[in-house]
Design a protein around this ligand. Structure first.
Ligand code: PHE
Ligand code: ZN
Length: 869
């Protein structure tokens, strides 16, 4: 790590190992909501390779109460502290530094460091929050073993948790008590955590493959503990899966998870003490949707799986962020795919990639999976680091195969256990295990932008020669005008006239094996000789590489392929392509619409098709995905076209939709089994289509009234509100009242109000801000109201008069003073502004320009500069 250069950026190239190591750290907390005192005793040891370096520690907004070196209080001339860095002068050898500092949890609205949520006190340290707790070398390559002593009033804080294993507890006599924890694994400060308060738990015990008995606990505020059982099961499944699939065991005697109502991100993988946003823990059928359950399971798995990919092997510096995040997303998606439907998981991931990561990679905030400079690391917890990072791991997996991939992972874990690693360490392990040179593959990490493959074909009827010419290019991104060719594994198949796959491999100027071409050059040619007729090609099955593939299919070809492809992901993808042509393909839009209608009719009539899969096919590409395919986005036209297509298809398919809706009624009734979830998914998709034809929204009203699960109730409420049914207001009020005490369910109806597809939705959003429902310090509430408005309400956010942009910009200013990371995420809604057609581009620029000089946080300022850059 290093300090910023004169340009204000921290550069990867400037990395230097820590000048001082901290082999062990002991912290004592005297906990209180208004003031907490933190005593830190650090064993410090200079790096022999860097003798004479000054001793400097991070410390942000700390009130320094006392400082001593080797037991002797330090006189003022021996140190200085400017509110950001503590410098201790005249030390050159091993020593013990003790500091005492005061912090103020209840006043901490940034939710970084130690803060209060409800009646709990808890911490969030990643990336650089630990320096808001005490003085420390707050960088991931400094990894002490920790001893943590917590003291607090027993009545208010009966449960005291920290990283590692519990060692001892005792009463202190004055109504206070104490708990001591020890974390035996070398752990960086960003994984430090404590939690204290009147929590209750659900728990279980199990024995790891290595024979260690582990206690698993999920902790929550007393009223919430009844909704933790599902998350506990998800922890058990994650632990077992990592043993089975990766041979990785849990390594402490307890695994604690805490649910907090106030949390900026989704969850945090602190060693032995994961802290979660309550929305990714609390669930029962009356308050959580099926999608919530699946998201909970996958986030629980994600955090659990970090114990190896992130904690046991951690990061050398923050440039390596995707080394833990991309890898752990890859691992958690494999977990979900192994446990449920692989095809449906792939569809979910590719949807997210296309609607959120591709636009990021094409917009003002584009950056490489491993950036080479940053001003503020908090702004790099992005779709690119997470989702593209996971896709790049999947590319590696595709290139080397499961067995070599597993061998590479084993080697990576073995070689780097207890270390702070780099991407190079990861690649070296995989290169050694697979015997492959991964030099070109590594470009995926340094080059931003979504690669595009253009494929053309030619058939010579006289000779039967068929060629595919594949060219690749990656468009320029901010700071990276020129791009080099990537190693792209391209899957392909050819079908003959009777629909059989042609198995003969092509002659090629690329490595080709098992239907996979390894593209390495700007252009490759694949040639088959002596074919009887022009074949039909198919590409990138399973979305093996995160690229945009262009091939000029006729509508007939697409429709035929959609029937030939057996893999459900590919069929879904071809229907998405047909829908995109129906919406954007001027020349054959009409033919594509007809073909799409036929395909959907077949699917609806096919009782053997998995209903959840049919539901995915009914969900056409969303606004963001479509917008990303256009050089310039005319919001009104795009939204109107999409609505027209949906109306028309609904009319054509009304019988099939109604029949399927009715037929699945029994299967949908209750329970979290795959079949019931799948039935509810399709019924809800049908309901949304049918409501287009039903101005009274009778069916939606009936479903709302009779619903026994949140999945059914919320879907019905969405239809009532978004189509402005006569019963909408009454339904909303009933829903609101029934769940007034539950912030997570309240977020759901607020999200529906904020996403009503109508420019006037802005008025309702503003009206809600004048009610007690508006809680700007609660990140979930901000996301429900403002995040969903800016990200998922194109007609509202992109109002023609610019009021949507001005409103969001104004809220960014207000939130920047409360929680800069939440504000910065909201600002990200402007990432594609340069592609918005006039007058919106100008209006957006004005709204952004109005923020200059108004954002106090480094997060907000960095993002604004990059947006306007
Ligand atoms: N590391 C967390 C995760 O992916 C995300 C996170 C980042 C949480 C920063 C809080 C702060 O799992
Ligand atoms: Zn993560």
């Amino acid at each position: 790590m290093s300090l910023p250069r004169g340009d204000g950026f921290i550069h990867l190239a400037d990395y230097r190992p820590p000048a001082w190591r901290i082999p062990s750290a002991e912290l004592q907390f005297e906990l209180g909501p208004d003031a907490t005192e933190v005593t830190a005793r650090l064993a410090l040891s200079p790096d022999p390779a860097q003798p004479g370096e000054a001793l400097e520690l991070d410390g942000e907004e700390l009130e320094l109460l006392a400082i001593a070196l080797d037991g002797q209080p330090l006189p003022p001339e021996r140190y200085d502290y400017d509110g950001r860095r503590l410098r201790v002068h005249g030390v050159a050898a091993d020593c013990t530094l003790e500091t005492r500092a005061r912090i103020h949890p209840a006043a901490n609205t940034r939710l970084e460091g130690l803060y209060r949520s409800g009646r709990l006190l808890l911490t969030q340290c990643e990336a650089e929050g630990f320096r808001r707790i005490t003085f420390f070398a707050d960088r991931p390559d400094v990894m002490p073993r920790w001893r943590i002593v917590l003291r607090a009033d027993r009545a208010a804080y009966p449960v005291l948790l920290a990283n590692g294993n519990p060692v001892s507890t005792r009463e202190l006599g004055d109504g206070r008590h104490e708990a001591t924890w020890e974390n035996p694994h070398p752990t960086p400060a960003y994984l430090f955590a404590i939690a204290a308060g009147a929590m209750e738990r659900v728990s279980s015990t199990l024995e790891t493959m290595e024979g260690r008995r582990v206690e698993l606990n999920i902790w929550a505020e007393p009223g919430d503990v009844a909704r933790c059982a599902y998350a506990l099961g998800a922890v058990e499944r994650s632990l077992r899966w990592d043993e089975r699939r990766f041979g990785r065991c849990y390594d402490l005697d307890v695994f604690n998870v805490v649910a907090a109502q106030d949390f900026t991100m989704g969850a945090m993988e602190n060693k032995g003490l994961n802290i979660f946003n309550a929305r990714y823990i609390l669930a029962d059928e009356a308050t959580a949707t099926d999608a919530d359950f699946l998201a909970i399971e996958s986030v629980v798995a994600h955090e659990y799986l970090h114990n190896w990919s992130g904690n046991r092997v951690t990061l050398r510096d923050w440039f390596q962020l995707s080394l833990k995040e991309g890898l752990t997303v890859f691992r958690d998606t494999e977990f979900s795919a192994d446990l449920h439907s692989r095809a449906l998981k792939r569809i979910e991931v590719v949807r997210l990639l296309r609607s959120r990561q591709f636009p990021e990679d094409a917009g003002a905030l584009a950056h490489a999976v491993r950036p080479d400079r940053y001003r503020e690391i908090s702004n790099f917890y992005t779709m690119t680091i997470y989702e593209k990072g996971a896709e790049v791991i999947r590319v590696l997996h595709t290139l080397v195969g499961e067995a070599a991939f597993r061998a590479g992972m084993d080697r990576y874990f073995a070689d780097n256990d207890g270390r702070a690693a780099t991407l190079e360490d990861f690649l070296a392990a995989h290169a050694a295990a697979s015997g492959r040179d991964l030099a070109q593959f590594a470009r995926w990490y340094s080059q931003a932008g979504t690669p595009e493959l253009h494929v053309t074909d030619a058939f010579d009827a006289a000779t039967g020669d068929y060629t595919l010419t594949v060219t690749q290019n990656t468009p320029p991104t901010p700071g990276q005008p020129e791009k080099l060719p990537l190693l792209v594994p391209l899957r392909f198949a050819l079908y003959d006239a009777s629909g059989r796959a042609i198995t003969a491999p092509p002659e090629a100027d690329a490595v080709v094996h098992d239907g996979l071409a390894e593209l390495t050059a700007p252009t490759h040619v694949l040639r088959w000789r002596g074919l009887g007729a022009r074949p039909l090609p198919a590409f990138n099955q399973g979305f093996a590489a995160p690229v945009k593939l262009h091939f000029d299919y006729t509508v007939d070809q697409l429709a035929r392929l959609a029937r030939l492809e057996r893999d459900p992901f590919n069929r879904w993808d071809l229907l998405q392509r047909l829908a995109t042509d129906a919406l954007l393909g001027a020349a054959h839009a009409e033919a594509a619409t007809a073909a799409l209608g036929d395909a959907l009719a077949d699917l609806l009539a096919d009782a053997s098709a998995d209903p959840a899969f049919v539901a995915e096919c009914l969900a056409l590409p969303d606004f963001d995905t479509l917008a990303e395919a256009l050089p310039e986005v005319d919001v009104d036209t795009l939204v109107a076209r999409r609505e027209e297509l949906l109306d028309r298809l609904a009319e054509e398919q009304v019988e099939g939709l109604q029949a399927r809706y009715d037929a699945l009624a029994d299967a949908a009734r209750g329970g979290l089994g795959g079949e019931a979830m799948s039935a509810r998914a399709l019924r809800n998709a049908c309901l949304a289509w049918l409501t287009r034809l039903d101005p009274e929204a009778k069916l939606a009203q009936a479903q709302f009234d009779a619903a026994t699960t949140m999945t059914e109730r919320l879907a019905a409420l969405r239809c009532l509100l978004h189509f402005q049914a006569p019963g909408a207001d009454a339904a909303l009020q009933a829903f609101r009242d029934a769940h007034a005490q539950d912030p997570l369910v309240t977020d759901k109806w607020i999200g529906l109000v904020a996403t009503r597809p109508d420019p006037e939705a802005l008025d309702e959003v503003q009206a809600l801000m004048a009610t007690p429902w508006w809680k700007p310090a609660n990140p979930n509430r901000v996301r429900a109201l403002l995040g969903s408005f800016a990200r998922s309400n194109p007609l509202g956010f992109h109002r023609r008069d610019g009021a949507g942009y001005r409103f969001v910009a104004g809220q960014v200013v207000a939130l920047d003073a409360i929680n800069p990371q939440v504000a910065a995420r909201l600002l990200g809604g402007f990432e594609s502004w340069r592609r918005w057609a006039s007058p919106r581009r100008e209006l957006a620029r004005e709204a952004l320009a109005s923020l200059e000089g108004k954002l106090a946080s480094p997060d907000g300022r960095d993002l604004l500069q990059r947006l306007l850059g």
